[in-house]
Design a protein. Sequence first.
Length: 114
Amino acid sequence: QVQLVESGGGLVQAGGSLRLSCAVSGNIFSLKQMGWYRQAPGKQRELVAAITIDGNTNYADSVKGRFTISRTDAKNTVYLQMDNLVPEDTAVYYCNAFNWKIYWGQGTQVTVSS
């Protein structure tokens, strides 16, 4: 089993920055990939950024150059640094991880005001 707990959401003005954290516990070394998804009201949940067990990263086109995913060497914390935020980034952000199962955190709200 794997547990994911997000923190770091909040309200920020357009152009500002936030850093989300995801504390990972349990069977960490079985994980193949960790990442962040988001879901805005009335929209489907979408991938924002992901990092594989080998450290390869992948970003949604809408956040490339503005968001950075990283993790600690112990792989027990995953970060999402979000810079130059725009109102369209407003959503609930979810930490995600998978091995032979898919795991989700409870979500953290990010609101960007114009």
